[in-house]
Design a protein around this ligand. Sequence first.
Ligand SMILES: CC(C)(COP(=O)(O)OP(=O)(O)OC[C@H]1O[C@@H](n2cnc3c(N)ncnc32)[C@H](O)[C@@H]1OP(=O)(O)O)[C@@H](O)C(=O)NCCC(=O)NCCS
Length: 181
Amino acid sequence: MSRTIRLVPPSVARSAEYLDCVADFAGTAIDGAGIRDPQQPPIGERDVREFVAARLAEEDPTTELPEGWVHCTSRWIVDAETDEMLGFIATRHRLTKYLLDHGGHIGYSVRPSARRQGVASAALAIALTEAQELNIDPVLITCDEDNHGSRHVIEKAGGELEDVRDGKRRYWIGEGPRPRA
Ligand SMILES: CC(C)(COP(=O)(O)OP(=O)(O)OC[C@H]1O[C@@H](n2cnc3c(N)ncnc32)[C@H](O)[C@@H]1OP(=O)(O)O)[C@@H](O)C(=O)NCCC(=O)NCCS
């Protein structure tokens, strides 16, 4: 089964779908969501409101961010037909030293019940188009050496492996000059 998806901005109006999606992860890693501790994701009404507001603010280049943070566009992945929420994807607008070595520009995760249906691949394709609009070229995407799913997703999208740093495979997509340290 292959799903048709779209990316939508985080929104309090989708709180019920968000809570259902987060529950599906059951405390496992939720990459690309802006959730620091997957064991304790924002689920209270006020926490969700603050979480959504923070994600939207982070996207705005005029927002002042704490030292070491970069602007970031967070999107929720939804099924284009049913509107079910399927996961998260986020694009960091520039690289810090940490992001250059480990985190990369784009992070994503798909809820366990929707995996292996082409969701991450489709979401990454859209995020790569949006990265172009943000003048990010080339795009760096990384994954753990043993993350076969993510590795497949990145390689299918055309990622070229540069190297492995501390167990992270580092892939570039795009023709622009690759930043060095
Ligand atoms: C990695 C992850 C995002 C993949 O999402 P997904 O929607 O299942 O990926 P897709 O369905 O687009 O799969 C793309 C390809 O990878 C393959 N694949 C997916 N998961 C796989 C796995 N666990 N092992 C081997 N191959 C896998 C698929 O078969 C598919 O190959 P195909 O096109 O040749 O059939 C998802 O497993 C996930 O959210 N994992 C936890 C969070 C995470 O690791 N995020 C990435 C951090 S770098």
